[in-house]
Design a protein around this ligand. Sequence first.
Ligand code: HEM
Length: 446
Amino acid sequence: MLPPHPKKEHFLLKNAYYVMKDKTNFFFSQRKEMGHTYLITSPFRNTIVTSNPLYIKHVLIDNSKNYGKSFAYDKLSMLLGNGLLTSDGDFWRKQRRLIQPAFYKEKLVKIADTMIVETQAMLQDWAKKADTGELVDMSFEMNKIALEIVTKSLFSSQLKGDMSQISHYITEVIKYGTARIDNPFLLPDWLPTPYNLREKRCIKELDKIVYDMISERRSSSERFDDLLSMLMDTQDEDTGEKMSDRQLRDEVITIFMAGNETSANALAWTWYLFSQNPDKLAKVLTEIKDVLGNEAPTMATLRQLSYLKQVIEESMRLMPPAWIMGRKTLAADKFGEFDIPPNFNVVMPIWVVHKDPEIWENAEDFEPERFAPENMKDKHRFAYFPFGGGARQCIGNNFAIMEMQIVLAMVLQKYHLTLQENYKLGYNPLVTLRPQNPIMMQISNR
Ligand code: HEM
């Protein structure tokens, strides 16, 4: 028996019409109406949704061999190619083994230094703004710092060109990617429609940044100890071949996008949450004063910023940057009594699980204390999974937590931030969960 589907169906587009109309509300309202596992009917491809942590564990860990990346990821391959996020099978396994060491703990020590230097530069940039009290777009600023951190720490490169242009291209390609996933009526990407050509132009601009980084490195005589060198030096065990420029491009652009967009959104949301929860902010400030004083963080002091870490975890519970994940079945499977056919889409709305009132008390409230280890010990592994899980868990999870701790702590040591009056909270659930309206804040010296 297939899971049941919502009764309300559009005559042509069936349930899918209501997903396209209002994604955010659809998944939350269906959790209430249909339970945690149901079917979304569509003239194109039916999809099973589950927010049951047991079934999510089944997909991501227990029976993960039976699941590939979902059809949605195919739609992202125009941008990401066959990089780590979109590839599958033996090829993915080989690439993951190769890239993983760049994120080992000992590498993170050096990366932390880069994060600190980049954050210091941002703080200096803000000095004038703090004096004049001008409003700052924190969504943009967090994108900028996250992008600079990724490029500098993993590719030892400095972004050239106008940051607002780069940010514009990134936003556009994410919008195009999301539209391809959401709108089955879009014409295939190989057709030279004005829409497709616009998308290709944006991808080309980002490609230029990446190919420039690669060619600069090829022509440099300097030795670098970073991810880009690892990727360029590696040789295939069987053939002895090095990675082609195209494969290098796919891996670099994947890390560039995955490592920037998610952390930037998590940071922007956290600033918003601080503005709404001054008592929690006060607790963080006390912790920063006690642990860091006016000093820059170190690996050792970061470990002591445990309340700040809980704040970050709670922020990603309420506003998970990766708000939904998907897989497709290879062979038929079962979720309890439900049959899951082969070659079928399964989506796991992380956001819905994170706000499920059956899992979380006061699910809508910002309560970082719930992440104290003693309060989490009875929670299911997949009650909270902002970084996914199993073999394909986010490769940058420790990088991201460290980055967020450093940026938040260093900004708070120096500046006081006030949210623009009448700010209207809204969500823009693209591939990542972005704020609908830029988070505008006034900066003043602390
Ligand atoms: C708050 C920050 C971040 C969040 C919430 C996040 C979330 C995720 C999630 C949910 C996945 C799993 C997707 C799936 O299984 O379908 C993932 C995978 C991935 N993430 Fe992250 N991520 C973050 C930061 C980063 C950073 C900083 C990097 C790199 C510098 C990164 C690189 C990647 C890559 C390459 C994958 C694919 C891994 C694989 O399939 O082997 N992410 N991320």
